[in-house]
Design a protein around this ligand. Structure first.
Ligand SMILES: [Mg+2]
Length: 439
């Protein structure tokens, strides 16, 4: 029997705050980081599974400790049994009665569980010799349904209803796989719009993004209304009327403040306003949506589990949502969220950009296109062009589109050298910094 022999963790941090990459209204100086996990096995072919939680610096040690706390539940387990029934594996981790107290199903522990579940999916897809999107796409509707924990969902989505959605997507699957491989999946870019960038840099990067083929650009907003009006005007002038412009407030406002703030921005024909307020405020999002119509309202990158997504949909609080590959309980919970979104007819524009998030979430969006909604041209995956060089199977963007990964697995594996150099605080990148900066 092949067994999992180790759950290895790494606290990996990139000093992105030095260039204000990633700066927004609530996160002015992030150091993009990964609490990184590897499941090792005694398989003669070196089979392993990689996963990560994205954080933005301080606290990555806490997140890494949460990963390590899962070792007793995983080490010594049969690889064959885990791969054969990833639904039960995920339920066992998320349902552990003692760990569950730390959430339930939210926060640091749930994110750690999600990363280990994702590492298990990475291992399963590698074992099958398929990229993860294809591994999911090749499952039967019944197999996909068996991945999902329907507890707390059945008032909105039953297993039978999920099965109907998946069966309806069966015709045309092979043709969609061909289309995905030929065309890729639409991307949108946030690279031009970080709040710390100058007006010149914003306009230059926006123009370059359009030249590169992106059809949607997103700006960070929420520090100063005058600045936001000016920046929206500058971007509109730079890209013209045919490019979609979205904005992202990263939870900056109270409910009425959001409605008031967004009023003068209506004239720019925004594609959506993302995270206007607290990610936990379902009714607040519904009120904002009514207050700023027809501007579409969106949230999701901090939505901590499928139950919150269910409520956002039931309350008609959002026009579209982000999913995040590394916040909820792994692939299994994201499949539940994708099916809920399909049931309610809400489009998914996956969150990415942080360390490894583009690499991971592309697989989920592509699986959705093949096996769940059958749609991709009316939605897009976020793209930010940094830190991809640290991954063994980095995303490939061409003409504003994600090309489908072809290597087996979930694209989560980082280069060993990157892990060593950026390990906090002992890696070479951090070792020689003044104490004030490394703290
Ligand atoms: Mg966002």
């Amino acid at each position: 029997m092949v067994k999992i022999t180790a759950l290895e963790t790494h606290d990996v941090r990139f000093p992105t705050s030095r260039a204000l990459d990633g700066s927004d209204a609530m996160n002015p100086d992030p150091d993009y980081s990964a609490a990184y996990v590897v499941l090792r096995t005694d398989s003669p072919d070196g089979l392993c599974g990689h996963g990560l939680v994205f954080t933005i610096g301080r606290g990555n040690d806490v997140q890494t400790a949460a990963l390590a706390a899962l070792a007793p539940m995983v080490v010594g387990q049969s690889v064959e049994a885990m791969i054969a029934d990833l639904g039960s594996f995920a339920r066992r981790l998320t349902g552990d009665s003692q760990l569950r107290w730390l959430g339930p199903e939210k926060g640091v522990m749930h994110m750690a569980i999600g990363a280990v579940i994702n590492a298990a999916w990475d291992m399963a897809a590698r074992h099958a010799g398929k990229p993860l999107w294809r591994f999911i796409a090749d499952m039967t509707p019944q197999q996909i349904v068996s991945q999902i924990d329907f507890r707390y969902l059945t008032d909105a989505l039953t297993p039978d209803q999920a099965l109907q959605i998946l069966r309806a997507a069966e015709p045309g699957k092979a043709e969609r796989i061909e289309r995905l491989l030929a065309e890729g999946y639409p991307a949108y870019t946030t690279s031009p719009g970080w709040l710390g960038y100058s007006d010149d840099k914003l306009q230059r990067l926006a123009r370059e993004a359009v030249e590169e083929g992106f059809r949607t650009i997103k700006l960070k907003v929420g520090l100063s209304l005058d600045d936001d009006i000016r920046r929206c005007r500058l971007v509109r002038a730079a890209v013209g009327p045919d490019i979609a412009v979205a904005i992202d407030a990263n939870q900056r406002w109270d409910v009425q403040q959001a409605i008031d703030w967004l009023w003068p921005l209506k004239e720019f024909g925004l594609a959506w306003i993302e995270e206007p307020t607290s990610p936990d405020d379902v009714l607040g999002h519904a009120a904002i949506r009514r207050g700023v119509a027809p501007t579409p309202v969106s949230t999701g990158e901090h939505t901590h589990n499928r139950v919150m997504f269910k409520q956002l949909f039931q309350a008609q609080a959002v026009d579209l949502v982000q999913i995040d590959a590394a916040r909820v309980g792994g692939v299994n919970e994201n499949l539940a969220i994708l099916l809920l979104a399909a049931k309610f007819g809400v489009k998914v524009f996956p969150h990415a950009g942080g360390v490894g998030l583009c690499e991971l979430v592309q697989h989920l969006a592509m699986a959705d296109f093949i096996a769940i909604t059958g749609k991709k041209e009316d939605r897009a995956i976020e793209f930010v062009d940094h830190l991809h060089e640290h991954f063994i199977d980095p995303v490939t963007i061409r003409a504003g589109r994600y090309l489908a990964p072809t290597r087996p697995g979930f694209s989560a594996e980082m280069h060993a050298r990157s892990i060593a150099e950026y390990t906090f605080p002992g890696g070479i990148v951090w070792r020689d910094l003044p104490a004030a900066e490394s703290a």
